[in-house]
Design a protein around this ligand. Structure first.
Ligand code: KG4
Ligand code: ZN
Length: 355
C-alpha cells in the first residue's frame, strides 16, 4: 500500500514577500502571499529592516488565510517547512522564528529549506513531476543563478551566479537612474517596446574570451554574470545626454539595457545546458515575467533543442508554496526533518537543500 501524499505547510520570508503555501504531495492547495513592496517604493529598493517588520505584521494573517483557503487546520498538517536561506538575514529570522514557534506549538516536524532549490521544486506543482536532465535559470531581484538539478531531493549543483548585482536589481537601479520608479522591471519591460534595442550597444558582462574560456577549457566565469558595469554604462550614457543639454532617449536606453541583460542571461543559460547535456530548462524568479526574456529564451532554447518550462507567474516569484513543494519531495524521499536546532543562514549554499 502506498502512503498518502503528505500535507506540508511552507513559510517564505527571505526578501519582501511573506508567503505561506500548502501542498498535498504535488498538489497545490494554497499560495498566500503578502508583499511589503509598496513600503520600499520611496527608497527605490528593498530596505531589510522594513521588510523584517512587515514579515512580523503579515505572518499570522497570511498563515490564517492559507489554512482557510486550503480548508485544513494545523492539526491536519504532516510537516512544516521554512526558508532558512539564502536571503536577507533579518527577514529570514522572522520566518524561521515563526516556523519554530508553530513547530513547537503543534509538535509537527520542521524542514529548513534552501530558497533557491525551492524555486526549482515549485516545478512539481505545475505538472506533477520534473523532467530528468534538468537545468534551472533563476532571475530575480535577489538572485541570478544557473543550476544543474541532478536530484531535487539530494543533489543540486551551482553552475554559475552573479558576481555583483542580480538581474532584477540591475533593472531596479537602472529604472531609478531613468526616473522610472520601483520596481524597475515591469516599467522598463513596457517602455522597451517603444524603444530601439539597437540604439546603444551596452556592455555584455563576463562575455569576453578571457572570462568565457573555451568549451574545452572553460574560463573561471563562463556561466557567471555581472551587471554592475552595465548599470554604470547606463549612468554614463544618461550623463552624456544631460551634459549636452539633449533630451535623454529613455525608451531607447530602456530597450538597449534590457537587450544587454536578456542577451547575456539567455546565452549563458543555453550554453550551460548544451555543454552540460541538460535537455530541459526551468525558469524561475520575478524577472521571468519579462516579455523579452521569455521571447529570446524560448527562441534560443528551441534552436538548441532544449525544452523550456516556465511555471505560472505566481509560482515564479517568491512564495510559500515552493517551500512546501520542495519539503513534500523531501518527506516523500525519506529525508529526515531538521528539527528546531538551526539558524537562518543568509549565505546557505545551493548544495544544502535542507539543513
Ligand atoms: O522574485 P521577485 O518577485 O522577488 C525578489 O527578488 O525578492 O523578483 C522581483 C524582481 C524585481 O527586481 C523586479 O524589478 C523584477 O523582479 N521584475 C522584472 C519584471 N517584473 C518584475 N524584471 C524585468 N521584467 C519584468 N517584467
Ligand atoms: Zn527568490
Amino acid at each position: 500500500m502506498t502512503s498518502p501524499a503528505p500535507l506540508v505547510l511552507g513559510i517564505e520570508s527571505s526578501c519582501d514577500e511573506t508567503g505561506v503555501g500548502i501542498v498535498r504531495g504535488t498538489e497545490l492547495l494554497a499560495n498566500t502571499v503578502s508583499s511589503s513592496m509598496d513600503e520600499h517604493v520611496r527608497f527605490g529598493g528593498v530596505i531589510p529592516e522594513i521588510a523584517s517588520r512587515a514579515h512580523l505584521d503579515a505572518f499570522v494573517p497570511t498563515l490564517q488565510e492559507a489554512l482557510s483557503t486550503a480548508g485544513v487546520t494545523l492539526d491536519d498538517v504532516d510537516a512544516l517547512a521554512v526558508t532558512s536561506g539564502p536571503g536577507l538575514s533579518g527577514a529570514l529570522m522572522v520566518g524561521v522564528a515563526a516556523a519554530k514557534a508553530v513547530a513547537l506549538a503543534t509538535g509537527k516536524p520542521l524542514y529548513a529549506i534552501n530558497h533557491l532549490v525551492a524555486h526549482v521544486g515549485v516545478g512539481v506543482l505545475d505538472g506533477g513531476t520534473l523532467p530528468s536532465s534538468l537545468g534551472a535559470l533563476l532571475v530575480s531581484g535577489g538572485h541570478t543563478e544557473i543550476l544543474r538539478v541532478n536530484s531535487l531531493a539530494s543533489d543540486i549543483e551551482l553552475l554559475g551566479a552573479t558576481i555583483d548585482d542580480a538581474a532584477g536589481e540591475a533593472y531596479d537601479k537602472v529604472a531609478r537612474l531613468l526616473g522610472l520608479g520601483y520596481p524597475g522591471g515591469p516599467v522598463i519591460d513596457r517602455l522597451a517596446r517603444e524603444g530601439d534595442a539597437k540604439a546603444i550597444r551596452f556592455p555584455r558582462g563576463l562575455t569576453l574570451p578571457k572570462f568565457l574560456g573555451t568549451a574545452e577549457a572553460p574560463g573561471k566565469h563562463r556561466y557567471d554574470f555581472s551587471f554592475s558595469g552595465l548599470k554604470t554604462a547606463v549612468a554614463r550614457c544618461v550623463e552624456q545626454y544631460q551634459a549636452r543639454g539633449e533630451e535623454v532617449p529613455v525608451a531607447d536606453i530602456a530597450a538597449s539595457f534590457q537587450e544587454a541583460v536578456v542577451d547575456v542571461v539567455t546565452k549563458k543559460a543555453v550554453m550551460a545546458c548544451t555543454e552540460q547535456g541538460l535537455e530541459n530548462l526551468l525558469l524561475g524568479g520575478g524577472v521571468a515575467a519579462n516579455s523579452r526574456l521569455r521571447e529570446l529564451l524560448a527562441a534560443r532554447c528551441a534552436s538548441a533543442g532544449i525544452n523550456l518550462r516556465i511555471p505560472p507567474m505566481g509560482l515564479c516569484t517568491d512564495n510559500g508554496a515552493m517551500v512546501a513543494a520542495l519539503a513534500a519531495q523531501l518527506v516523500m524521499n525519506g529525508v529526515r526533518p531538521t528539527g528546531i536546532g538551526f539558524s537562518a543562514d543568509s549565505g546557505q549554499p545551493v548544495s544544502q537543500i535542507s539543513l
